[in-house]
Design a protein around this ligand. Sequence first.
Ligand code: EPZ
Length: 418
Amino acid sequence: MDIIKITGGRKLYGEVHVQGAKNSVLPILAASLLSKGTCVIHNCPSLSDVTASLAILRHLGCRAKQEGSTVIIDSVDASRFDVPHDLMSEMRSSVIFLGAVLARFHRAELSLPGGCELGPRPIDLHIKAMEALGADFCETAGNISCKADSLNAADINFTLPSVGATENAMIAACAANGTTVITNAAREPEIADLQNFLNAMGAKVKGAGTSTVIVEGVSEFHGCTHTVIPDRIVAATYMSAAVSAGGEIFLRNTEKTHLEAVTDALRQTGADIDCMGDVIHIIASDKPKAIRPVVTRPYPGFATDAQPPVMAAVLKAEGTSVFVENIFENRFRHGDELNRLGADIRIIGRVAAVTGVDMLRGIPVRASDLRGGAALVVAALGAEGETLITDIHHIRRGYDDIVYDLNCLGACAGILKK
Ligand code: EPZ
């Protein structure tokens, strides 16, 4: 059981290369199942969720391996359409395989994703989209099985812009007869990255990044090469780390247009943030100020995944900052552990009020979920003394090597083996 040890109270100085986007690579790995050739995917982070996705692809009959930050998948011999519970439960977002398995085999048998630390994770929108394309579902004891005599184009309108449901609909529609129109689609940058990957395989998708995605079905998908976009939430985490600890850092391999809401919020602390090409340069204020209310919304609104690290960035800011979490029911669990570090966070339902304190003190804390764990890391950098963070498997789901990255930024961080 590894533990992250951070000795805080020192400013950050340094630069770090930001990894490829977890939330882009996961749907892309699933979509590679459509190909009858070999897909080479660059800028892939080494994450437990990536490892879990490769295990699912191998179970389905693909050859899949990761060499450094390159993943190579040969799906020509894929033959199975079932994903057993032990593989489905390895990661939260395994439901992203539904559209790809259905598109390839016209059948799919997956176990239902459980709830997760953030609250219930329903998949009703995923199922409605697959049914619109012609799939019949039946649900038994926590498993869903579906089949389609054929997949036919449909008009799919989402009642809310679900990222995963949009991705499943895009992937499945690529193999449907005719042209599918998806409205109220999610607009996250990862959707556009998936579109580019699908089109590199021979699909005909357009409109990703807007609320309307149009997919013209095709019958064959070939191999391709693709480079994953930078991870905007990892970038937001390290920008928050600079505000929390103070100092001056450079982030390389970033896309500033994906970070506008976060950059705007962190500038309100008094930080100087300049974006030059794929580099973000941030000089933190010696005395951060509280920020205007942060309200999480679907993209291009403030990303829910950035809420925990940005909250950790303002724990010592002058004044009170308010956070409203509109996307997930239970995404303030990091608040309790941050208060144990000395923060002053009061939570009522979906609203958290963070009043700045003079000092945080390092103590042993426990990560509750992926981005909540990242928030503990950010806070520890701004705390006096030593913080020990346990349950870091949550953090490893989304951060390739956060300790290495932090030390590149001049932090004093390490892993303790228990
Ligand atoms: C993706 O999850 C991301 N995960 C999440 O990142 C991110 O927080 C989320 O999008 C929102 O941006 C991946 O991309 C792998 P949603 P997803 O479907 O697709 C409700 C991280 O930390 N909903 O957009 O599961 C749902 O309950 C993770 O990297 C339905 O009601 O998110 C939630 O309230 C955490 N029915 C809201 O929509 C459905 O069928 C947004 O969920 C599907 C979703």
